[in-house]
Design a binder for this molecule. Structure first.
Ligand code: SAH
Ligand code: SF4
Length: 358
């Protein structure tokens, strides 16, 4: 195994300094900090945006003053909105220290009111994947749990829906969520809290480039979200070239981690495969991909994502015919394939194109 000491994601990412976000705090934390009123009620008022007034929790002036003295009561501020022709909206959000992250609001087209949010977990990313715009920024810092949840609340207030049960969350924005597992999981616990948004864990998907140590930890946590894996190559040689994480945890080790995850009834993995013209789009790749998936190929969704081109990478998107051909090769081998024509690509809001934060 490679010496991991020199690898950026083996070190914790920088943390934000200053007071905690008010949305990072559980009821017990509010009590321990000396909440002058009912900690339970304060938690509810903070975490249920449908009870808010004018875009802010309705707290009462003494609780508000106290909270402001121990925590940061600001939500990430929406500083840019770019609506796309397909109905999705890319948002730039500014954090308390002026750093920027991005999130995408994607309403379902059908009558059903459900909305998917694509969320960030870090400012930048340490993983260095060569096709990814976020990867070219390097890692600036982790998001706090309250900032991760703050994205959700800010989007709900600005664009809806009003209620948690209409939401689906995917951590496919900026950052490697498993490189920020403590804050990420705290945010998930807060989001799933019945006195808060009350989200179901099956509505939250965490996408990873394959940080096996993080996958192993996450597999044992409750609530346990769904897992998406970004594969993007079918040999160790090719994957190590475009995704440095593979130099430490190779394809065989990653496959082992999935077997060890212990899928429960009703749970599915999601596999993502960014199609890079001339790099990973041959029939031999399709065969290897189907073989690597093995018994997971039938029931688990394999998402093909044609490369979204951007200035920080020379990779190109394959032609539509090639994308179709690649999915046919996989389907012929029993894979359950969908092609994700990333939403919002006309405003550079699609996967891996999220504009660089400050
Ligand atoms: N860091 C996590 C989640 C964020 S990236 C991960 O890598 O899984 C979300 C998805 O966008 C990943 O599947 C990644 O492979 C994909 N992606 C990155 N750059 C892309 C690009 N330029 N075009 C299309 N998809 C891209
Ligand atoms: Fe990070 Fe994911 Fe981009 Fe790789 S694809 S650099 S892990 S955000």
């Amino acid at each position: 195994m490679t010496d991991t000491r020199a690898i950026p994601w083996d070190r914790p990412a920088p943390e934000q300094e200053g007071p905690p976000s008010a949305w990072s705090l559980f009821q017990e934390d509010l009590e321990a900090l000396g909440c002058p009123g009912s900690a339970q009620e304060t938690f509810k008022r903070l975490h249920r945006p449908w009870t808010w007034k004018d875009g802010a929790p309705d707290l009462g002036s003494s609780i508000r003053r106290w909270l402001e003295s121990v925590a940061d009561l600001r939500l990430p501020a929406i500083v840019e909105r770019q609506p796309s022709l397909d109905g999705s909206t890319k948002l730039a959000l500014e954090l308390a220290d002026g750093r920027r992250i991005e999130a995408v609001h994607m309403p379902r087209k059908v009558r059903n009111p459900r909305v998917t949010y694509c969320l960030s977990s870090q400012v930048g990313c340490a993983m260095g994947c060569t096709f990814c715009a976020t990867g070219s920024m390097g890692i600036l810092r982790n998001l706090q749990a309250g900032e991760i949840l703050g994205q959700v609340l800010a989007l709900m207030v600005e664009l809806g829906p009003d209620r948690g049960h209409e939401l689906t969350l995917v951590f496919m924005g900026m950052g490697e969520p498993l490189h920020n597992l403590d804050h990420l999981h705290r945010a998930i616990r807060l989001m799933c809290h019945p006195a808060g948004l009350g989200l179901g864990k099956g509505r939250i998907t965490v996408s990873t480039s394959g940080l096996v140590g993080g996958i192993e930890k996450l597999s044992k946590l409750e609530p346990r979200p769904l897992l998406a894996l970004s594969l993007n190559a079918t040999t160790d040689e090719a994957r190590s070239r475009t995704m440095p994480v593979n130099r430490v945890w190779n394809l065989a080790r990653l496959r082992q981690a999935l077997d060890d995850w212990g899928l429960k009834r009703g749970e599915k993995f999601c596999f993502e495969y960014v199609l890079l013209a001339g790099e990973n789009d041959t029939e031999a790749d399709a065969v290897r991909l189907a073989n690597w998936l093995g018994d997971l190929r039938h029931a688990h969704n394999l998402n093909l994502i044609p490369m979204n081109e951007h200035g920080a990478s020379d990779f190109r998107q394959p032609t539509d015919d090639r994308v179709q051909q690649f999915s046919d090769w996989l389907r012929a081998r029993g894979c359950f394939v969908t092609v994700r024509h990333s939403r919002g690509s006309d405003v550079q809001g699609a996967c891996g194109q999220l504009a660089k934060g400050k």
